[in-house]
Design a protein around this ligand. Structure first.
Ligand code: GLU
Length: 273
C-alpha cells in the first residue's frame, strides 16, 4: 500500500510533502495490533491447528472482545500462553491480555487483574475407558496422576484432593494425554471443559472417559496488567454485550456442541473492582 502510493506519487509528480502525509496516516493503521495470549493445544478452548488456524471458545471470546476494543481479527497476534507462564507474560507486557482457560483466584490476583468471569468450568478426572479402578478423587492416592505445571487442578490435588497421589506435572496437557494413552499415568486432571475437548477428538474416540466429579469451581477470567482499570472495564463491557447479543450462546454451541459436555450458564461478571 505504502509502496504503491509512493510510486504513484513519483509518476504523477505530486508534491513530496503531500505523499509523506498520506504515508504517515497509512502506517498508523498498519501498526495497530493487539497481542492476545491463548492456549495452542486445547481443542474446543484454544487450539492452533496444523494448518496454522486458531479455533476454540477462548479464541471466539478474545476475537469478540478485541473487536469491541477496536481491533479487527486481522489485527490480532496470537501468542501461546502455557499455564505456568500466564502471569509473567502479562507482567512483562508480552501480551495485552490472556484468554486461556485462566481461572480467577486470589493467588493470581496478587500478580494480575482479571475481567469476567466469562465461563464456569469444574475440575474433573479423565481415565482410560476400560479402567474402573478410579471412581473418586481419593482413589488417586495410589495412582499416577498427570496435570500441568502452574494449573489450579494440579495444586488442588496436592493441597486437598489426594496429597499422596504420584503427581506428574508437564508443560502442557497434550503430554499428559500421551502418558494416559500409553499407561505412563493412570489419570489426567484438569477442567472438565478442557478434558471434554480431548475426549471428543477423532483420534481419541472411545479411548478415554470423564468421571464428571465437579471437584472445584474454575471461573475463567481475562487476565490483564494489574491496575489497568480502564482496560478491565472495557473488557467487562464487551463481555456483557457478548452475553446480551447471544454471541456467548453461539460460541458455546459452536465449540462444545459436538461433545457431551454440559456447560454451566454464563456466569455473572464479578471482577469489577
Ligand atoms: N483453569 C485451570 C487453570 O487456570 C486449568 C486449565 C489451565 O491449566 O489452563 O489453571
Amino acid at each position: 500500500m505504502k509502496l504503491r502510493k509512493a510510486s504513484l506519487a513519483i509518476a504523477t509528480g505530486l508534491a513530496l510533502s503531500l505523499t509523506l502525509t498520506a504515508c504517515g496516516g497509512d502506517s498508523g493503521s498498519d501498526d495497530k495490533k493487539i497481542t492476545i495470549g491463548i492456549k495452542f493445544d486445547q481443542p474446543g478452548i484454544g487450539l492452533k491447528t496444523t494448518d496454522g488456524k486458531y479455533t476454540g471458545f477462548d479464541i471466539d471470546v478474545a476475537t469478540y472482545v478485541a473487536k469491541e476494543l477496536g481491533y479487527d481479527a486481522k489485527d490480532i497476534e496470537w501468542k501461546q500462553a502455557p499455564s505456568a507462564d500466564r502471569e509473567t507474560l502479562i507482567r512483562n507486557g508480552d501480551v495485552d491480555f490472556v484468554v486461556a482457560s485462566y481461572t480467577i483466584n486470589d493467588k493470581r490476583k496478587a500478580e494480575v487483574d482479571f475481567a469476567g468471569p466469562y465461563f464456569l468450568a469444574h475440575q474433573d478426572l479423565m481415565v482410560r475407558a476400560d479402567d474402573n479402578s478410579i471412581t473418586k478423587a481419593t482413589d488417586l492416592n495410589s495412582k499416577k496422576l498427570c496435570s500441568v505445571t502452574g494449573s489450579t487442578p494440579a495444586q488442588n490435588v496436592k493441597d486437598n484432593l489426594a496429597p499422596d497421589a504420584d503427581l506428574k506435572t508437564y508443560g502442557g496437557y497434550s503430554e499428559c494425554l500421551t502418558g494416559l494413552e500409553n499407561k505412563a499415568v493412570d489419570a489426567l486432571t484438569t477442567d472438565d471443559a478442557v478434558l471434554a475437548g480431548y475426549a471428543t477428538q477423532k483420534e481419541h474416540t472411545g479411548k478415554f472417559k470423564l468421571l464428571g466429579l465437579k471437584l472445584s469451581n474454575e471461573p475463567y477470567g481475562i487476565g490483564l496488567k494489574k491496575g489497568d482499570k480502564e482496560l478491565r472495564d472495557k473488557i467487562n463491557k464487551a463481555l456483557e454485550k457478548m452475553k446480551k447479543d447471544n454471541s456467548w450462546d453461539e460460541f458455546v454451541k459452536k465449540n462444545f456442541g459436538s461433545s457431551n459436555y454440559k456447560n454451566e450458564p454464563a456466569p455473572e461478571i464479578t471482577e469489577t473492582s
